[in-house]
Design a binder for this molecule. Structure first.
Ligand code: ZN
Length: 135
């Protein structure tokens, strides 16, 4: 059964409230990078070799490039992990907010029943379309 507008609005305020509970957050992901010592005769130079003991790294995109950071301690790793978890919570909340807002937009009745553009409205609309071309 489709939800009513007040139900959707209640859902939205619940989601908005969760935004206020977000803590420190940062984008990125933590992964294990196999270490390669660089010696050409070492087994780690062969393709598909697992390398030496993997290093735990934080990778993130900076200006389109992936940069990796290593962690000086397990505490630093745990801190980064919880910041990244929080960032994923933000992404999830944003997606939920967009989904519920879209439904609200579809349900929201029109303010007035006028069915034709006033010349002023039309001029304003055309002006705004020129400013932001469709992508
Ligand atoms: Zn090696």
């Amino acid at each position: 059964m489709p939800k009513s507008l007040p139900e959707l609005e209640a859902e939205r305020s619940q989601i908005l409230h969760q935004f206020t509970t977000l803590g420190d957050l940062r984008p990125g992901s933590i992964c294990a990078v196999p270490r390669r010592c660089g010696k050409p005769r070492c087994h780690c130079a062969k393709p598909n070799d697992p390398g030496h003991d993997p290093q735990i790294r934080l990778t993130r995109k900076v200006g389109g490039k992936t940069v990796a950071e290593s962690f000086p301690s397990p505490a630093a790793w745990r801190k980064a992990q919880s910041e990244i978890d929080e960032y994923h919570r933000l992404l999830k909340l944003s997606a939920e907010l967009i989904a519920v807002s879209e439904k609200i937009c579809q349900h929201r009745p029109l303010d007035s029943e006028s069915n034709s553009w006033t010349p002023e409205e039309k001029k304003r609309l055309l002006r705004s379309m020129r400013r932001s071309p469709a992508k």
